[in-house]
Design a protein around this ligand. Structure first.
Ligand code: HEM
Length: 415
C-alpha cells in the first residue's frame, strides 16, 4: 500500500474555477500521478486521469452516481431525479428509455433536420456578419424541439434558445449568472411539465415515436408513470444538450479558420474523412471537463486506498490530451482516427464505458451526426470569409468559447 499524492490546503474550489480545464492536469503533472487527492466543495476529492483510470471509474462495482453531483450542478445543468443520478437496475431501465430513441432512422432524421434548419437560417439571414455560435443555438433549438415533438412557435425560438443555453453556459458560474441559470431551468421545467400533463390527458396530439410522447408514457420498474417533474427533467436532458452542440459547432468553425489545410481535404472528401475530422474536433477542443461519481465501497487499486463515499472526478479533457495515449496531442490531426482502435476508455469527450449499462452520454451519436452534417455544410454548401476578430479562448472558462464566438461574413449558398 502507498499513500495517494495529496494536495494540502483547506479547499481548492476557487483554483478549480481559476484553472478550469487544466485543474486536474496541473496536479497530475505536479505530482506526476494519475491518481491524486485534493479538496473541493468542502470535501475530500480524488482526481483520476487516463485510460486505465477511466476503466476503473466506469466500473459500477466501485463507483456510484447516487448523490454524486453537487447540488449547484443539479439546480442548473442537470435537474433533479434524472438518469445521471441513478444506479443499477433503475439506471438501466431509465437509460433504455433514452437509448431506444437512438435508432438509425431517428439519427438520419436528425441529420436531415439539421441541414434543413441551416438552409432555413442561411436563407433568412440579412446580416452582413453571422455569429456562428448564436446561429447554431437557434438552429439546434429548432432541431431539438422538432425531433422531440415539443410544439413551439417560430417567434418563441430565441427564448427557448436563451433559456436552454443558460443551463449549460452558466452552470459553472457563481453569483448572478448562477441564479439566472437556476431561474431558466425552473421556467423550462414548468413549461415541459404542463406539456407532459397535456400529453397524458390527450389535450394535445404528439406522434407516438416522439420523445415527448415516449417519456410522458414511460413506465418505471414498478409499472408507474414517471413523476411529472422527473419526466420534464428527462425531456430537458434531450433539449439542453442538443442545443449545447453549438459549442462544438463553434469549434468546428474555429478549426476551419485555424487549420485550413485540414479543412480543404474535406472538399469532396469521403464520409470517413468527415467522421475523422469530427472526432478530432471532439478530442482537441475542451468542452465537458470531468465526470463525477462517489466511491461505492472501500477498495484498494494499484496500492491506493479508495474510501467509501469519496467524491471522485475523472478528467475527460485530460484523458483526451494524454500524451501516453495520443501522439502529439497538441496537434490537430484528423487522420489519427484512422488508426484509433475504438476503445471506450481513451477517447472520452462525452464520458467512457458502455452506453446501456454505464453513464456514457446518451447523445454521443446524435452529437456526431449533427457535427458531421454541419461540418459538411460549412465546407461544401456555403461560402464565406472570416472577418478580423478575437478568436482566442480561455481554458479557464467552462465552457470555453472563442471571444468573438466566431463570426463569418458574406455568407452565400454554393451553386
Ligand atoms: C451524459 C457530454 C450531448 C444526453 C453525458 C456525460 C457527459 C456528456 C460528459 C456524463 C458522462 C458520465 O457521467 O460518465 C456531452 C457533450 C455533449 C453531449 C460534451 C455535446 C453537446 C448530448 C446530447 C444528448 C445527451 C445531444 C441527448 C440528446 C445525455 C444524457 C446523459 C449524458 C441523457 C446521462 C447518461 C447517464 O447518466 O446514463 N453527456 N453530451 N448528451 N448525456 Fe451528453
Amino acid at each position: 500500500e502507498q499513500n495517494m499524492p495529496k494536495e494540502g490546503g483547506v479547499d481548492h474550489t476557487l483554483d478549480l474555477l481559476n484553472e478550469g480545464y487544466y485543474f486536474i492536469l496541473n496536479r497530475k503533472n505536479k505530482f506526476d500521478s494519475r491518481v491524486l487527492e485534493t479538496r473541493l466543495l468542502g470535501e475530500k476529492a480524488i482526481c483520476l486521469v487516463g485510460k486505465q483510470e477511466a476503466e476503473l471509474f466506469y466500473n459500477e462495482d466501485y463507483f456510484t452516481r447516487v448523490e454524486a453531483a453537487p447540488n449547484r450542478v443539479k439546480k442548473t445543468l442537470l435537474g433533479e431525479g434524472g438518469v445521471q443520478g441513478l444506479d443499477g437496475e433503475e439506471h438501466r431501465h431509465r437509460k433504455a428509455m433514452f437509448m431506444n430513441l437512438m435508432t438509425k432512422d431517428s439519427l438520419d432524421e436528425i441529420s436531415r433536420l439539421t441541414r434543413e434548419e441551416w438552409d432555413h437560417a442561411i436563407e433568412a439571414n440579412t446580416q452582413e456578419e453571422l455569429n456562428v455560435y448564436d446561429e447554431a443555438k437557434r438552429v439546434l433549438t429548432r432541431v431539438a424541439l422538432r425531433w422531440t415533438g415539443v410544439p413551439f412557435k417560430d417567434e418563441d425560438v430565441d427564448q427557448w434558445a436563451s433559456e436552454l443555453g443558460d443551463m449549460f453556459e452558466k452552470a459553472s458560474k457563481v453569483g448572478p449568472k448562477h441564479w439566472k441559470s437556476r431561474r431558466s431551468r425552473s421556467k423550462v421545467e414548468d413549461w415541459i411539465e404542463d406539456l407532459i400533463k397535456d400529453v397524458r390527458d390527450d389535450a394535445i396530439q404528439v406522434e407516438q415515436s416522439r420523445a415527448l410522447y415516449v417519456f410522458s408514457n414511460h413506465r418505471d420498474l414498478e409499472g408507474k408513470f414517471l413523476d411529472k417533474h422527473v419526466a420534464a427533467v428527462e425531456i430537458i436532458n434531450l433539449l439542453r444538450p442538443i442545443v449545447a452542440i453549438a459549442v462544438f459547432i463553434d469549434f468546428v468553425a474555429l478549426s476551419i479558420q485555424q487549420f485550413p489545410e485540414e479543412a480543404k481535404k474535406l472538399k469532396a472528401g469521403s464520409a470517413e474523412d468527415l467522421q475523422n475530422y469530427t472526432q478530432e474536433v471532439r478530442r482537441y477542443f475542451p468542452f465537458f471537463p470531468a465526470a463525477i461519481a462517489r466511491v461505492k465501497k472501500n477498495f484498494t487499486w494499484q496500492g491506493y486506498d479508495f474510501k467509501e463515499n469519496t467524491l471522485t472526478l475523472l478528467d475527460l479533457y485530460g484523458t483526451n490530451q494524454d500524451p501516453d495515449l495520443w501522439h502529439f496531442p497538441d496537434n490537430f490531426t484528423p487522420k489519427r482516427f484512422k488508426e484509433w482502435q475504438g476503445s471506450p476508455f481513451d477517447f472520452i469527450p462525452q464520458g467512457g464505458g458502455e452506453f446501456d449499462i454505464g453513464h456514457r452520454c446518451a447523445g454521443e451519436w446524435i452529437t456526431i451526426e449533427i457535427m458531421k452534417e454541419t461540418l459538411d455544410y460549412f465546407i461544401n454548401q456555403i461560402s464565406y470569409k472570416f472577418p478580423q476578430q478575437d478568436l482566442s479562448y480561455s481554458m479557464n472558462d467552462i465552457p470555453a468559447l472563442p471571444k468573438s464566438r466566431v463570426k463569418i461574413k458574406h455568407v452565400e449558398k454554393i451553386k
